[in-house]
Write a new protein. Structure first.
Length: 433
């Protein structure tokens, strides 16, 4: 009744609404940040302290490494935003002005604040978290894709150690690129040049990881099951997202592209196909371990192909609209962008595609619900995988997971080793001699 939160996910002051809903939004952020910090500390502690005997750092699956780096990103990046949320909350309820200059009129009302604050301070604190947050979303998906590709290509991951060092470097670099979101705020040329450089550098580890995936696939006998299809779709779509991000890393290009649909298209080519396809790959891959039953391959493919098609039909037109200069957050761009009338007509097309993408998830929902009771029963290792979790019962035992504590003797991806009877060797299998 007092008004909803209507300031988007950035909550920029002084544009943030004066309605009480925005205050509750900030309080919710504090709870979210605190829970994320506690969960991340749990991940870090577990990975450091509770590894199985013999599970050295370079025997960890790449998925675990990606989760480990992600947890550190959250622990280091969330506290500044939590502090910023407290300060903005005080601006709203305690009369302070950390982010509010004097003489502000918001929604037709003159704000009674002492002034002296800086809205740019909020932007710096917000984007210091919000850019690592992109990698918080994408790194676990990369880890899932690594597991699925190694298993279904029946080959070890190419350059495992280089991938590990790359994901660590990627996490480090994510903390020194945040201001490329702020090129148009009047940033000095020296600072602008620094963040342009770091933005170019951060693309290197991503290219290394993506290249390792493609090289791992080269010359392999690929199993085109549903988790593999989602993992394979991740690669080119994440690549499109990365390539379209390069122009945004240059201040000169960003002046034209900032706050246009190009940014929306780029961001969602990273986050939507990357994170969501990675998540679906993981669900299809680990569902047999969770439930003891497989998901239907027919329904899985019926879920995959429309999702792939409609996701591209949503986001690809956005890139073209943005290049034409169409701004985001306008309900009717034709009022201001008559020169771009040709591409503005695509809004309805993208909206229909979004509805069809939503409908494409119905086979997935049916698949999950049906397969809980009626899916094909499987043994503990239906994918013939090498990593530790596949030695546990399916579904795992309550609380303890493993019947006995496993001991690790091998690297995580020993597939198709010459001279062995099977094309996979579990990590728990002792080495002969």
């Amino acid at each position: 009744p007092e008004g909803a939160a209507r300031s988007g996910w950035t909550s920029y002051p002084p544009l943030a609404d004066i309605e009480v809903g925005q205050t509750f939004w900030l309080i919710g952020m504090l709870f979210l940040i605190t829970s994320s910090l506690l969960g991340s500390i749990n991940f870090i502690t577990t990975i450091i302290q509770l590894r199985a005997p013999g599970l050295t750092w370079m025997r960890l699956p790449f998925f675990v490494w990606s989760q480990f780096v992600t947890a550190f990103l959250l622990v280091l990046a969330f506290p500044p935003l939590e502090a910023a949320a407290v300060l903005q909350l005080m601006d709203r309820v305690a009369g302070t002005s950390f982010f509010l200059p004097s003489g502000l009129v918001v929604s037709g009302e003159l704000l009674n604040v002492s002034g002296g604050g800086s809205p740019l301070l909020w932007q710096h604190l917000f984007w210091f978290l919000a850019h690592p947050e992109v990698y918080v979303l994408i790194l676990p998906a990369m880890g899932i894709v690594a597991e699925v590709i190694a298993n279904n290509s029946r080959k070890p991951l190419w350059g495992y150690k280089s991938m590990v060092y790359s994901v660590i470097f990627l996490g480090f670099m994510s903390f020194i690129v945040w201001a490329h979101h702020m090129f148009i705020t009047g940033m000095g040329s020296t600072m602008s040049a620094f963040f342009q450089l770091t933005t170019m550098i951060i693309s290197i580890p991503s290219v290394i990881i993506l290249s390792a995936f493609f090289i791992s696939l080269w010359g392999s006998s690929i199993r085109f099951n549903t988790p593999m299809l989602f993992a394979l779709a991740f690669l080119p779509m994440f690549g499109i997202g990365g390539l379209t991000g390069l122009p945004l890393g240059f201040a000169a290009a960003d002046i034209h592209l900032h706050d246009t649909y190009y940014v929306i298209g780029h961001f969602h080519y990273i986050v939507a196909p990357g994170t969501i396809f990675g998540l679906f790959a993981g669900i299809y891959y680990w569902y047999p371990k969770i439930t003891g039953r497989k998901l239907s391959e027919k329904l899985g493919k019926l879920h995959f192909w429309p999702s792939l098609i409609f996701m591209n039909l949503i986001f690809m037109p956005m890139l073209i609209q943005g290049l034409a200069g169409v701004s985001r957050r306008l309900w009717d761009g034709g009022l201001q962008y008559a020169h771009a009338s040709g591409v503005l007509q695509w809004n309805e097309f993208m909206s229909v595609s979004a509805w069809l993408l939503g409908l494409s998830q119905i086979p997935f929902i049916i698949n999950v619900l049906y397969s809980i009771k009626n899916g094909e029963k499987v043994d503990n290792n239906p994918w013939e995988s090498t990593t530790l979790e596949w030695t546990a019962p399916s579904p795992p035992l309550p609380h303890v997971n493993f019947e006995v504590i496993p001991e690790v003797h091998r690297d995580p991806y020993e597939y198709s080793v010459p001279g062995r009877k099977r094309d996979y060797t579990p990590q728990t299998e002792p080495k002969k001699g």
